[in-house]
Design a protein around this ligand. Structure first.
Ligand code: GLP
Length: 240
């Protein structure tokens, strides 16, 4: 795992945006795997600026997001579809038809998981997967468990994650307790992975990711098995 430690959140965001920008310059029709959460927002802001400056274009880019709350409508302000439109898609030259997020209203979530995995495969798999990490080491919504899933699936959020994500909702009881998430297998099939971590509260996960040990109790540790991962974090996340 290549590790880049940046002075602060802003520098981390610029460094991460440069990785995505290089990918798009090299291969404009790349398949990007995208993440939500507060961590990648600064990187998305940089990409929006670069796109406005004509430095990069998303016109041919295809995207697949990691996860979506279940059940939740794409129009809901807390849905990840809404988040991606507001923080990136509405502000760059991407064709929305090329942006994909698991359907939070799917009648049959198992079928939706299969459909999503097949769509990623048909697109030639993900060229560059952007990831944030949960404080407990979750990736997407692959929560610490004795067994993890390979493919996209319906899952339940842990109380820790519900509490951490409640800051985006009016009250904790509004946070959906389930989500459809890409599985660890789907994520590890990406050709290249870019992980972002910012802030003291991510130090635990960063140290586990660099520990040389792998455990499903901290799903982010599985990233150590992938041959092309860049971790870009700030000093606070690295040093604790
Ligand atoms: C959510 C998302 C994850 C994300 C995590 C961390 O639970 N499902 O993909 O990495 O939040 O969020 P933040 O970046 O706000 O700490």
């Amino acid at each position: 795992m290549q590790v880049i430690v940046c002075e602060n959140y802003d520098k981390m965001s610029r460094e991460a945006a440069a990785v995505v920008a290089n990918q798009l310059k090299k291969t404009p029709n790349s398949v990007l795997g995208l993440a939500t959460g507060s961590t990648p927002v600064g990187m998305y802001e940089q990409l929006i600026r670069m796109c406005a400056d004509g430095e990069i274009s998303f016109a041919e880019t295809v995207t697949y997001n990691l996860d979506e709350y279940y059940p939740l409508s794409p129009d809901h302000v807390q849905s990840y579809r809404f988040f991606m439109n507001r923080n990136l898609f509405d502000k760059v030259d991407i064709n929305k038809a090329n942006t994909h997020i698991p359907n939070g209203l799917a009648k049959d979530p198992d079928e939706e998981g299969d459909r999503y995995d097949k769509a990623v495969e048909a697109a030639g798999f993900i060229d560059l997967q952007v990831l944030g990490v949960g404080q407990n080491g979750h990736i997407g919504f692959n929560e610490p468990e004795e067994e993890l899933y390979e493919g996209t699936h319906l899952t339940s959020l842990t109380q820790d994650t519900i509490n951490a994500n409640s800051r985006f909702f009016m009250k904790t009881s509004d946070v959906p307790t389930r989500a459809i998430t890409m599985g660890m297998g789907s994520i590890l099939k990406a050709k290249k992975i870019l992980v972002l971590a910012s802030g003291k509260n991510k130090h635990f996960v960063v140290s586990k990711m660099l520990s040389g040990r792998i455990t499903t109790a901290v799903p982010a540790t599985l990233l150590q098995t992938h041959r092309d991962v860049i971790l870009i974090c700030d000093k606070a996340a690295y040093e604790g």
